[in-house]
Design a protein around this ligand. Structure first.
Ligand code: ADP
Ligand code: GLC
Length: 513
């Protein structure tokens, strides 16, 4: 099936978070299922530099751009996935973060930038961008592509549309006057279209107009229909609930695999777990912490934003420091959080270390070297870090929400005995709950090491690859094309009501003790 996968970031071309990981790996998995899936992304400088050979396939005149927009064709690096880069230098020839200026504020013309990108995607899907190819289905991701299903809804002959919500809190909201400025079809200015409390909402374009909507975990698909998680869109999502489903993200074992990872100090798998200790020592040494197997090393990797509950970590650092614990954090984002972490690192130089910034290599080394990963997210649509952590034998300590709830098997006597426990979860978004769970992890690590290893090994043996989820997308694409969505939704709901009880083992595990 010809599928156009529209995204604003894709690893290894450009990345700010998990959307890039998904956009760089799901299309590869779908290609293996024999789909002719092609990626469309803006031609940021980083993408132009990393994409390798590119050829111009067309030059489009699009509303919103004074100059013709070039469509460049190449390949997603290290894959056979065809790539279209939308080259509009006035909007995309900017270094750094694709959405933010150097001072951390949004680019003031983000609406125009992503409206232009959406128009280019529409043209590509209809066979105008590349005269040799047109799409049967367009798969859009997050608000930056929300206008694609909206614009396509105005066309008599159009491909099927799927909109995936990776994070509902980023909505692409702009003043109502932007609607006129972007010269969008008037029919789209309605409560069933792009209007959201008299503002222009890009994400609503996807949610209201796509033939089907997915989110990146079944639990988040339920959560966003409630006031607490819906950011004002819960009513619309409830209204569309028959066309809304959750498909878990997978991970790309070509990039994240402790057995082959070139970025870590020493590679390991479930049979050579002693090498994980070498990675722990390397992490401690690199971060100026005393090198020892004794303390429990707690890692944090992620954006420094409210969503991730970093403030909860900050709040418990004083108490944690009274225990044999070290904390290594890697993150970029809100300055206040960064400063608080730096301050704690100054107070506890032998126990707390923070690297403020974005560092791909360190993210891998942290996953390999930490004993446990802190993920106290207030909400988490899916989360990839907890999956990487489990694969790397690093025990997640996480809030039971969204994809975290769907991918971590919480430790208790039954799950421990059944060798399915892979992490420690808590419910309240309070520092007390996080601290109590960290101290349980510490007790397990120091006093019940055999049980600790059971968690480590069970996590490493789980299959987080795209195999299952890519098949789900493939089934959904087929249902969308053949119009049997009701059957698809029924089957999906049944699966969600009866999820598999135990994790899928990767291979027969070899206990260490
Ligand atoms: P989100 O998409 O909400 O940021 P995910 O857990 O889905 O959260 O994905 C985050 C991805 O971004 C992971 O691949 C993680 O390693 C990476 N990442 C986040 N912050 C950093 C950072 N400061 N340096 C390097 N990688 C980071
Ligand atoms: C978003 C979410 C994260 C998810 C990622 C990829 O950024 O915050 O939970 O894993 O998208 O889908």
């Amino acid at each position: 099936m010809n599928i156009l996968f529209c995204t604003s970031e894709a690893y290894p071309l450009i990345k700010t978070g998990g959307l890039a990981d998904v956009s760089g790996s799901l299309p590869k998995a779908l290609l293996q299922l024999e789909h002719d899936i092609r990626l469309a992304m803006p031609a940021y400088p980083a993408a132009l530099e990393r994409a390798g050979a590119l050829s111009e396939v067309s030059c489009l005149k699009l509303a919103g751009s004074d100059t013709p927009v070039r469509i460049l064709r190449g390949r997603l690096p290290d894959s056979e996935v065809a790539l279209y880069l939308v080259d509009a230098p006035e909007y995309f020839d900017r270094r750094g973060n694709p959405y933010l200026q150097a001072d951390g504020r949004d680019w003031p013309d983000n609406a125009a930038r992503f409206a232009l990108f959406a128009r280019a995607c529409v043209s590509l899907s209809l066979g105008e961008g590349d005269p040799t190819w047109r799409a049967k289905l367009v798969h859009c991701n997050d608000w930056q592509t929300g206008l694609v299903p909206a614009l396509l809804s105005q066309r008599a002959e159009r491909p099927a549309t799927l909109f995936t919500i990776h994070n509902l809190s980023y909505q692409g909201l702009f003043p109502a006057s932007t609607f006129e400025a972007l010269q969008l079809p008037h029919a789209l200015w309605s409560i069933d279209g792009l209007e959201f409390h008299n503002q222009l909402s890009f994400i609503k374009g996807g949610i209201a107009n796509a033939d089907h909507i997915t989110t990146v975990s079944p639990t988040y698909a339920r959560e966003i229909r409630s006031e607490a998680f819906g950011y004002g869109l819960e009513g619309l999502l409830e209204h569309r609930s028959a066309d809304l489903s959750g498909i878990l993200n997978g991970i790309d074992p070509d990039t994240w695999n402790p057995g082959t990872d070139p970025r870590i100090a020493r590679r390991y798998d479930v049979h050579t777990l002693q090498h994980k200790l070498f990675n722990k020592f390397t992490l401690q040494r690199d971060h100026g912490l005393p090198v020892s197997s004794q303390p429990l090393v707690l890692g944090y990797v992620g954006r420094l934003v409210e969503q991730k509950g970093v403030d909860l970590i900050v709040e418990i650092l004083d108490q944690l420091a009274a225990h044999p614990v070290q904390v290594v954090a890697l993150g970029a984002g809100e300055q206040a959080l960064e400063l608080q972490l730096r301050e704690a690192a100054r107070r506890y130089p032998r126990q707390v270390s923070i690297y403020a910034g974005y560092d791909e290599q360190l993210a891998h080394r942290l996953q390999a070297g930490a004993d446990a990963l802190l993920i106290p997210s207030r909400y988490e649509p899916c989360g990839l870090n907890q999956m990487y952590a489990q694969f790397y034998g690093t025990v997640p300590i996480a809030r039971r929400t969204g994809g975290l709830a769907d991918t971590i098997v919480d430790f208790n006597q039954a799950t421990l005995d059944g060798r399915s426990a892979t992490g420690l979860c808590f419910d309240d978004d309070s520092p007390e709950a996080l601290l109590a769970t960290c101290l349980s992890a510490l007790s397990l690590y120091r006093n019940h090491r055999v049980d600790w290893w059971k968690l480590v090994i069970a996590g490493m043996q789980r299959d987080f690859s795209w195999t299952d989820s890519a098949t789900r997308y493939s089934e959904l694409y087929a249902a969308l094309l053949h119009g049997d969505l009701a059957d698809y939704a029924r089957a999906l709901r049944q699966r969600e009501q009866h999820p598999p009880l135990s994790p899928r083992p990767r291979q027969a595990g070899q206990p260490l003790h």
